[in-house]
Write a protein that binds this ligand. Structure first.
Ligand code: FE
Length: 221
């Protein structure tokens, strides 16, 4: 086999040495990021503490729990739902979970007659403030191109099958305009609290590739 490790292998997978250890795999992107960070810190352009704070913010403060809270509240509170559909950024900011929601956040409501899906066909625009870091598949060329052409087939691959009578509408994000799907409240959830409802709202259900609740929520996380 081709030897790209500088020593010989007599097996095919290139990593398992049969002695219980694997070659360390160094991600070239991580390496470049680390090199870049080192240079910027050394030159005094940034402080590593400030960078840590930014990373911590995106890992811990923002995330799908922000969007999920807004969805659960909209299910329980008609006034909040109206506000959310009118101006998503302002309504979500009023909950107070994040200091700032991106300027233009459009919330699109799923109904029995219309299911919404979100994509960025150009690159990977995504409502970070309310959903956190985008999943890898959202940025993939396959999703970005196919969801526009055959949304129903893509949805099926995510484990969601909708009646033919349900129109599927795909929203294309841009740098200025992001979308958040307001999913339909699952049946038999009348007795649930806001916390319990929020727990049913997955990230994918707010992108439109899953339905909230246990069924479909785990697909392609
Ligand atoms: Fe984009």
């Amino acid at each position: 086999m081709a030897n790209d490790h500088g020593h010989s292998h007599d097996h095919d997978d290139g990593h398992d040495h049969g002695d219980g250890h694997e070659d360390p795999v160094i991600d070239p992107v991580q390496l470049r990021v680390r090199a870049l960070e080192t240079i910027l810190v050394e030159k005094g352009y940034i402080e590593s503490g400030a960078l840590d704070a930014i990373v911590d913010y995106f890992e811990n403060s923002v995330g799908p729990h922000v969007g999920a809270r807004a969805v659960a509240r909209a299910w329980l509170d008609e006034d909040f739902k109206r506000a959310l559909l009118k101006d998503g950024a302002t309504a979500i900011q009023s909950i107070g979970l994040v200091p700032k929601v991106g300027d233009d956040l459009i919330v699109v409501e799923n109904t029995p007659s219309r299911h919404n899906m979100v994509v960025c066909t150009l690159c990977s625009c995504y409502p970070w403030d309310v959903l956190g870091l985008p999943p890898a598949w959202y940025k993939s060329a396959a999703y970005r191109s196919r969801v526009v052409i055959e949304p129903r087939a893509v949805l099926t691959e995510f484990g969601v099958t909708l009646p033919q009578s349900t129109e599927i509408r795909v929203w294309d994000s841009t740098a200025e305009t992001r979308y958040l799907v307001l999913p339909m409240r699952p049946e038999h959830t009348e007795s649930l609290s806001e916390d319990e409802l929020a727990a049913l709202v997955t990230r994918n259900s707010m992108i439109g590739t899953a339905l909230p609740g246990l069924a479909g929520g785990k697909a392609r996380e």
